[in-house]
Design a protein around this ligand. Sequence first.
Ligand SMILES: [Zn+2]
Length: 408
Amino acid sequence: MEEFIIDNGQHLLIRAKLIYLGCGSPLFNGALEINSGRIERIGPFHELKSQSAGAQLIDLEDLIVLPTLTNTHLHLELSPLKLRIPTASKFIYWVRSVIKKKAQLSPLEIHESAKWTLRELWFEGIGLIGEVTNSALTLDLLANSPFCGYIFQEVISFRGSHPLRHLQDISSRFKVTYSAHAPYSVSPLLLQAIKAYNNKRKNLFAIHCAESLEEVEFLKTGKGPLKDLLIERGQWQEDFKPPMVSPLRYLHDLGLLDEKTLLVHVIHLEEEDFELVTRTKVNLCLCPRSNLYTGVGLPNLPKLLQTGVTIALGTDSLASNDRLSIFEEMKTFKLFYPDVSPLTLLEMATANGAKILGFKDKGIIKEGLRPDFLAVETKESKSDNLENTLEEFILGEKKVKIRFYAEN
Ligand SMILES: [Zn+2]
C-alpha cells in the first residue's frame, strides 16, 4: 500500500472509476479537486476537468475511491489469540477457551501483538476504531497511532462493585470511557451506574447484547452454562432474580436504551425487540464473521435495517476472527443476504460507524473536509456500469492500493 500525504500547497484533481462518498449515490467516472489541504469540489470528471485549471491530474484509472473505514468494535488485547481459539459450535465453548488461553498471555505478548494488529488495521484501510480494553496495556500504542475513535474501558463484574473513577484522556484523537461487557457479566446496578457515568459526560454507552442463546437462557431462567461459569469464577450473586425477559428487553427495563447507547451483536431478538430498537433509536454494531466463528448464528440484517436505526460494522477480536477487515464483514453479509444493497453495506462500513462514535468529519468524503480516503483495487472488476461495479466491489478480492490523507 502506498501512502499519499497531501500537503497544503498542492492543487490536485483526482479521478477514479467510482467514488463513494460515505452516503448517497457514488460518482461513476468522478473526480475530487483538492486545494490548500481541503476537498474543494466533488463532481463528474468531465465537469471538474474543465473547471480546475492548474490542478495536477492524478488518474486512478479503475481504482475505487471511498472514505477510510470505521471498525466500530474490536479488542486489540485479544490479538495474540489469533488462530489459537478453535471455531465453536456453542458460544460457551468459545468463552471457556478464551478465558483459559487469555490467562496464559504475558503483558509483553499482548503489547507486541496489538502493535502488529494496529499495522494490519492501517493496511486494511481503517481509520476510526471503537476499541474495547480490559487493561491499560495498549493505551500507549493507541496514543501514538494515526487512528482516532473511542477507547472503552470494559467492566466485567456480576458480584460486588467496581469503582468508576474519572478516566484521563490519552490524546486529542480518542475519547475514553467505561463500557459494560454483557447483561450476564455485569450486575444490574453496575450496568445503570456505567450508563449514568456516560450520560453525565455525554459519552456513548456500549455493551455486547443478545449475542448467544446461553445469554437468553440465563436471563429468562437464571440457569444454564453462563450461571455455571459465574459460580466457578466466584461471580455468582445469590440474590439475583432473573428478569425472565429477552436481553434487549432487560436492558430497556433498566433504562439503558437510547440514542447514546451502542448494542453490539443483537442476534437473538424477539419480535417485540425489533420494535424496541425502533422506538429507542439505539445504535447497533454487527460483527458477522465473529458470530459465525463463535457459533451464535447471524443477526437478521434485513429486519434490523427496517428499524431505521444507525447500524455499523465491527470485526470483534482476533480471538473470533482471522482478519480485522471491514471489507470481509461487508462481503460476509452480502453472501448471506444477497438482497441487501452494496450502498447500504458501504454506509455501514464508513459513515455510520463514524456517526455512532461521534466523529462527524470521519467516514465521509465531503467538500470542505480534509482528505482522508482510500483508493482500492478490485481484481474481478470488469463492469462498466455502476450497479455491477458495486456488486463486484463488495464480493471481489480487494486491496487498498493508496491511502490519501492530509499532512497535520
Ligand atoms: Zn466484543
